[in-house]
Ligand binder design. Sequence first.
Ligand SMILES: COc1nc(N)nc2c1ncn2[C@H]1C[C@H](O)[C@@H](COP(=O)(O)OP(=O)(O)OP(=O)(O)O)O1
Length: 171
Amino acid sequence: MSNSKRHLPVTLVLLFDRDKDQILLGLKKRGFGKNKWNGFGGKLVPGETVLQAAMREMEEESGVLVEESDMIKCALLKLENQNEVLEIHVFKAYNWRGNPIETEEMAPKWFSTKSIPYEDMWQEIRIWLPQVLAGKAIIFHALFETNTPELMVDDNWAVMTDYELEVVDFI
Ligand SMILES: COc1nc(N)nc2c1ncn2[C@H]1C[C@H](O)[C@@H](COP(=O)(O)OP(=O)(O)OP(=O)(O)O)O1
């Protein structure tokens, strides 16, 4: 990986209802990743830690409050294209306050963990999410090719050309 590329940290929170074996996903209503299902998260604001950003974005996008102590770090995704490395800090949570509501950015929906809508999600999720569902902590590094216009499917994240997935004890 090139260290000279811009590294952009963002957060992603996955909420699990253990009793019902369900995961909360949101359909992105606008901007980057519009019409894709994903967890809840986004960019850090200046002065914020990754954990603070994860809590804030979760509440802003879903109306659900997850306490800091209930955020469990479960994955670090390093998604690299020609220009930058998107570093996605992924947390899972089993405890929260409030009920999910539709917001300006996301329309939430509970899914059985056995029927995740992978076909309507970012392409790399189907590779790493099953590991997280199995209770593993992972570091995932993927390379994306962006200069093949005829293959462009996801804006700047056209085609994943290679990846490594490492199961780790902690992140
Ligand atoms: C490129 O592939 C991606 N894969 C996955 N799994 N998740 C992604 C990918 N690209 C973005 N995301 C996720 C990571 C974050 O949770 C959000 C970023 O969303 P956004 O760019 O809208 O960030 P915000 O801070 O909410 O943006 P604005 O407030 O400026 O709208 O998407």
